[in-house]
Design a protein around this ligand. Structure first.
Ligand code: F6R
Length: 368
């Protein structure tokens, strides 16, 4: 039931605040993250010396966002890899490796095969999954469910924000168990996470401008997305969603990579979304991203910046600014992705496409 919305996707984007809030619920005790499903695993968490996150598509981008936060908080090396690439090389993993799979459906065959391979190699496995009792959840040593609720639209939206939330909760749980941060610092991060749903809701309330932009851009042949640090996987997610829903050629790049090749693509009129980090939270990266914007604009790019509201540097340099509320650097991706989800949906709608059922795609990819 679309509950009065024009599509399941519109409904599911509107549910992104709840997806985050419901995933946090029951997992905070006295200002600290305590995930009941992970009770009894402290010894394992003290013993591991690295984490490998495996997933496909959007879930892999959520995993990439997770790597930054888990390393920052828990001080343990974390890498992310596409399940199908991980499975068919010879990864060096052992009993001290924790392999975390991220999957909305819990049935993605590529990820299931990678989880089985990890178990056979002696690694411990943890599943982040949105579907109760799914195969990947059952076959893993532990599971932390996302509580996004059923996702019907083929392309993932609310499951993505819930996956980042679950990875963050895991990172904060792990940091507490390993004692890598002070309880005060961890409590401040928990508070930031708890503030996210209302901030997402405020972005949803101001989505008219994004819809307008999408209508203007409906004839674009290609759209580029740039981001750095946690903004990089958000750029990748924005590009994937636009390909899937609107069938427009879209690419996401790490901002720092631009001059190593992709800048050759910039020609007059080329639309480029840029995820701009907060000037307060990212004193080093913010000016670098602003100078990237200036560089591509000098070559004629049309820049749509997603930036912290009140960011004075971005206003004169971008063509359009989509403001997001203030948040700590690690929490910006949960906000910056919302305009990109809305944009892809609105652009597909403007082209008269079925946003819930894009061509050639299935909700759950149960073959390798
Ligand atoms: C993109 C999308 C896909 C899935 C991917 C993994 O919008 O929906 O890229 O994210 O197929 O699916 P799950 O999370 O079910 O393993």
């Amino acid at each position: 039931d679309k509950g009065g919305w024009s599509s399941f996707m519109a409904k599911e984007i509107s549910e992104e605040p709840d997806a985050v809030a419901n995933t946090i619920r029951g997992r905070v005790e006295g200002g600290q993250v305590v995930i009941p499903e992970l009770a009894g695993l402290d010894e394992l968490f003290l013993d591991i010396n690295r984490i490998v996150i495996i997933a496909c598509g959007t879930a892999a981008y959520a995993g990439t966002v997770g790597t930054y936060a888990i390393e920052r908080w828990a001080g343990i090396p974390v890498t992310v890899e596409l399940s199908h690439e991980f499975r068919y090389r010879d990864p060096v993993i052992d009993a001290r490796t924790l392999v975390i799979s991220v999957s909305q459906s819990g049935e993605t065959m590529d990820t299931l095969m990678a989880v089985r391979f990890a178990s056979e190699s002696g690694a411990k496995t943890l599943s982040i999954c949105n579907t109760q009792g799914a195969t990947i959840a059952r076959e893993s040593d532990a599971v932390v469910y996302t509580h996004a609720g059923p996702e019907v639209a083929v392309a993932s939206t609310k499951a993505f924000t819930a996956q980042i939330t679950a990875l963050y909760l895991f990172g904060l749980h792990l940091a507490r168990v390993r004692g890598t941060q002070t309880p005060q610092f961890l409590a401040s991060q928990v508070e930031e996470l708890q503030a996210v749903p209302d901030k997402i809701a405020s972005i949803l309330g101001a989505s008219e401008k994004i819809a307008q932009l999408a209508h203007w851009m409906a004839d674009s042949r290609a759209v580029l997305f740039l981001g750095r640090h946690v903004g990089y996987p958000i750029a990748l997610e924005g590009a994937l969603k636009l390909k899937e829903l609107a069938y427009i050629h879209a690419e996401g790049f790490a901002g720092g990579e631009l001059k190593h090749g992709p800048i050759a693509l910039i020609e007059p009129g080329q639309p480029v979304f840029v995820v701009v980090p907060s000037p307060r939270g990212s004193a080093i990266l913010h000016p670098k991203v602003i100078s990237t914007i200036e560089e591509i604009r000098a070559r004629g790019a049309r820049v749509i910046a997603i930036a912290e509201q009140g960011d004075a540097a971005v206003l004169p340099s971008a063509d359009e600014v989509i403001p997001i509320p203030l948040a700590g650097p690690l929490f910006e991706p949960l906000l910056a992705v919302i305009p990109l989800h809305i944009f892809a949906m609105e652009l597909a709608t403007a082209k008269g496409l079925d946003v819930d059922q894009p061509r050639n795609l299935a909700k759950s990819v149960t073959v390798e």
